[in-house]
Design a protein around this ligand. Structure first.
Ligand SMILES: [Zn+2]
Ligand SMILES: [Zn+2]
Length: 176
């Protein structure tokens, strides 16, 4: 989904779009399903620049970092940046510096890719790791069963080798 900037000459133009981003497009390791992103904002022409600002809200489900079960997630953030056409920008080091310093986006074509903007906003807000609950027991390292679910893992509790050696000491023949 793209906004044609060549039509925005004098007056600011508002946009409101909803984009559905797949887990594969974001990060299938962390994202459990499609994330629906709502972008509402304004593009203001300013000479050969465009000021873009607005709000990004999203809802979706992420995967628990321990048991991989889906966890509801939402975000509500704002964005603000300046866009300039590559053609309007002579290649000089000053601009490169500007781009690093400010939120300046250099566009190859006079269009704003809303999907790309949505991906960027979600990636900025996506937590490194979520857990379904602080006491999530995670997956069994031996059978892969979800230890939060009764009966999903029937492995014997692992014996700690430190206790084994204590037991050996206790059961050993008495020293005279
Ligand atoms: Zn969990
Ligand atoms: Zn198990």
């Amino acid at each position: 989904m793209k906004i044609d900037l060549s039509q925005i000459l004098n007056e600011p133009e508002s946009f409101a779009e909803t984009v559905e981003l797949s887990a594969e497009l974001l990060d299938p390791g962390r994202v459990a399903g499609p994330i629906s992103v709502r972008l509402e904002g304004t593009v203001r022409p300013l000479g050969d620049h465009f000021l873009v600002g607005g709000r990004a809200t999203a809802t979706g489900r992420l995967s628990c970092g321990r048991c991989l079960e889906p966890v509801d997630w939402s975000m509500d953030t704002t964005f603000d940046f300046e866009a300039v056409l590559a053609a309007a920008t002579p290649l000089d080091p000053e601009i490169a510096l500007d781009e690093a310093d400010l939120d300046l986006v250099v566009l190859e074509a006079p269009e704003l890719d809303v999907t790309e903007l949505a991906v960027e906003q979600v990636e900025l807000e996506l937590p490194i790791r979520v857990v379904c609950s602080e006491d999530c027991a995670g997956l069994c390292p031996r059978c892969g069963g979800n230890r939060n679910t009764d009966g999903a893992c029937r492995c014997e509790p692992e014996t700690d080798p430190r206790w084994e050696s204590l037991r050996d000491l206790a059961g050993g023949s008495p020293v005279d």
